[in-house]
Design a protein around this ligand. Structure first.
Ligand SMILES: [Fe+2]
Length: 178
């Protein structure tokens, strides 16, 4: 008896961009974080300019310079993957940056401005920490070892920045209490 042919075609992704949907998910998320970093690069000088204390100005300026390096790492990853470095709108980061702008308008010239800017900056850092952590895990699963290494370097910088911001916020509280 002749054997009945069974469908042997694997599931193909519907969007036709990549044969590997996990790689597609990784790339799309990479594009979002690339967009977010470019937005940060524009927002951080403004935050440095508006911050009241020299420590805060320096923290924002330093992180602005680090952000350039982080963008460069993302571009290296796109290149490794043979993909153009392109951003994809990330509404989450736009919302946080809008909030920071509103804080500047509402609290400029008051003692509440720096705490407000720290809060916005930490919201950005926590977003980035979760995204870079996820991307690093996915890169390892996909066997993209070089990408995982680059993502981890940025992740460590974001964690350090977050810790510095916590320290600055605490110092400011202590100064007020003294
Ligand atoms: Fe960043």
């Amino acid at each position: 008896m002749a054997s009945v042919a069974t469908p042997s075609e694997p599931d193909t992704p519907g969007r036709g961009k990549s044969s590997n949907p996990r790689e597609e998910l990784f790339t799309e998320t990479l594009k979002e974080v690339y967009f977010a970093e470019k937005q940060n690069l524009r927002a951080l000088p403004k935050m440095a300019k508006e911050a009241a204390t020299p420590e805060m100005k320096e923290a924002f300026q330093t992180h602005r310079d680090e952000t350039e390096g982080q963008i460069d790492r993302l571009e290296q990853i796109f290149e490794h993957m043979g993909r153009p470095a392109r951003g994809k709108t990330c509404e989450a980061i736009l919302g946080v940056i809008d909030e920071a702008k509103a804080f500047i308008d509402d609290f400029k010239g008051t003692g509440a401005l720096d705490p407000a800017l720290v809060a916005s900056a930490q919201t950005v850092e926590h977003y980035e920490i979760t995204r870079y952590g996820t991307l690093e895990t996915w890169a390892k699963e996909l066997g993209l070892d070089e990408a995982a290494k680059l993502l981890d370097q940025t992740l460590q910088e974001e964690i350090e920045t977050d810790q510095l911001l916590t320290k600055l916020a605490t110092q400011s509280v202590n100064r007020k209490a003294a």
